[in-house]
Design a protein around this ligand. Structure first.
Ligand SMILES: Cc1cc2nc3c(=O)[nH]c(=O)nc-3n(C[C@H](O)[C@H](O)[C@H](O)COP(=O)(O)OP(=O)(O)OC[C@H]3O[C@@H](n4cnc5c(N)ncnc54)[C@H](O)[C@@H]3O)c2cc1C
Length: 439
């Protein structure tokens, strides 16, 4: 990452001190609007391959790495981990990454109406080629810190934050933008990585299909007496999936898990107001005591859940990545992973185009990216939505069908392995980064 004068910075996240001054002009190859986990990874991928890239984010990086901003942890699939490793990011977050050794899926409340059918994914089920953890759980805060630290090393990457786009024109020859402090930018292509409410997507007139789920995700960190041994639990309760995801122990040896509790939207305000003691009682009623006594620590967050699908992910000199292109239910912890696969595909497309001397914002180049991502994006949107509909209810015939389905998958090793490889992000036409290769 460079200061305005091109001097490489060292050190961690850097809020934009007055990096730029009024009337300044900056030429870049790729302009990325939105420096969340997806936009930052894209900037790092492109700049590592020598493409001059500029990220503009309206938020202050110092705020995004503090726990009160985002209490979430994310399941990082194996394919995403391989991409982060290939980009020199993973080793900065590995100490905070808990390997998932085992996933236990059950239908119903533990100890009460739990179905006899149970789906059990263990790393031993994998074939030799994919042996190892099924994925990792990492606090978003830890991932962001690793991304800022890696970004700071890259001469070809500039982060302007906090900063906002005041005007942007995608004309046939180039993208021209002006920031609210008067800085002018020129690029060959602009990438929308601004999350679900993407202004660039709206300005391009790209239609979206979207609906709200009648659910919110309640997120908290839970301490427990017994070690989790790397097991991730997902119980399908009538209100929605209820997950306890294993986290690394704290420095003083406390065992922790990340709770993602999907609950009916109308009940969530009351749940958020419960005292710690009452919340823990409700939690224990649903999860049981297999991890010993549970204690909630460090706050509680709630996220309204919705689905979003952009009808196109490219337009003139514009590409969408991450939640700007698709927002999915967190039922299988895949939203960020999907975004990172967008990043890997777009970075490879742009780097290859540059090697061939092509215009990075050219229609054919961007169409190639859109074709590449179409199937994966559509499939995950459909699968996560379908799973949520199938499991978030207590209708007896549906329950029987899904429980038989779980049991059948559990009994069929090849099918089970296929689902596991899918969840690990290792199926399909994989970009080089996802295979752990350099761009
Ligand atoms: C409860 C919950 C649990 C989840 N768990 C998982 C999980 O386990 N695994 C997983 O893979 N995914 C998970 N997800 C999904 C995942 O969090 C998202 O898919 C991911 O964070 C999207 O990243 P992003 O960078 O595309 O968007 P965002 O995180 O929304 O980042 C957008 C960035 O753009 C900036 N921005 C916005 N507008 C502008 C603008 N106009 N100008 C400049 N900057 C702008 C913002 O400041 C922000 O930094 C979960 C989601 C939820 C709600």
């Amino acid at each position: 990452m460079t200061q305005d004068d091109g001097t490489p910075q060292s050190g961690g996240p850097r809020a934009a001190e007055p990096l730029v001054s009024n009337g300044k002009f900056r030429e870049t190859e790729v302009l990325i609007v939105g420096g969340g986990m997806v936009g930052l990874t894209l900037g790092i991928a492109l700049a590592s391959a020598g493409l001059r890239s500029t990220i503009v984010d309206r938020a202050d990086p110092a705020r995004l790495t503090t726990a009160p901003h985002d209490g979430r942890s994310s399941a990082i699939a194996r394919g995403s981990q391989q991409a982060l490793a290939a980009l020199g990011i993973w080793h900065r977050m590995a100490d905070g990454a808990q390997p998932i050794m085992d996933i236990r899926v059950s239908d119903g409340q533990v100890g009460r109406n739990a179905a006899p059918f149970f789906l059990h994914y263990a790393q031993d089920d994998l074939d030799a080629g994919t042996a190892g953890p099924l994925g990792y759980i990492v606090e978003n805060r830890v991932t962001r810190e690793a991304l800022y630290a890696r970004a700071a090393q890259l001469r070809d990457l500039t982060l302007l934050a906090p900063a906002a786009i005041a005007a942007l024109d995608r004309n046939p020859g180039a993208v021209e933008a002006e920031l609210d402090d008067g800085t002018r930018l020129k690029a060959q292509v602009v990438v929308a990585a601004e999350g679900r409410m993407s202004k660039l997507r709206q300005a391009a007139g790209i239609k979206i299909t979207t609906w709200d789920y009648p659910q919110c995700g309640i997120v908290a960190t839970i301490h427990h007496d017994r070690p989790h041994n790397g097991v991730a639990y997902e119980h399908f309760l009538p209100a929605g999936p209820f997950a306890m995801l294993p986290m690394t122990d704290t420095a003083d040896g406390q065992h922790r898990s990340s709770l993602v509790w999907t609950e009916r939207r109308d009940l969530v305000p009351a749940m958020m107001k419960l005292s710690d003691k009452d919340f823990t009682t409700e939690l224990t009623r649903r999860f049981g005591t297999s991890l010993g006594t549970l204690r909630e620590v460090g706050g509680r967050w709630s996220y309204p859940l919705s689905l979003l699908h952009a009808e196109r992910i490219v337009d003139r000199r514009l590409a969408l990545v991450g939640d700007a292109a698709h927002g999915i239910h967190p039922i299988s912890g895949q939203g960020l992973n999907l975004g990172l696969r967008d990043v890997a595909a777009l970075a490879e497309t742009l780097v290859d185009a540059r090697r061939l001397g092509l215009d990075l914002g050219g229609g054919e180049v961007l169409a190639g990216y859109a074709r590449w991502r179409r199937f994966d994006n559509m499939a995950l949107i459909a699968v996560t939505d379908g799973l949520n509909r199938l499991f978030s209810n207590d209708v007896a015939p549906l329950r029987m069908v899904r429980d038989l389905g779980l049991a059948a998958v559990n009994q069929m090793p090849p099918l089970k392995r296929f689902f596991m490889r899918h969840a690990m992000g290792l199926v399909g036409d994989l970009p080089r980064l996802v295979k752990g290769e350099a761009l």
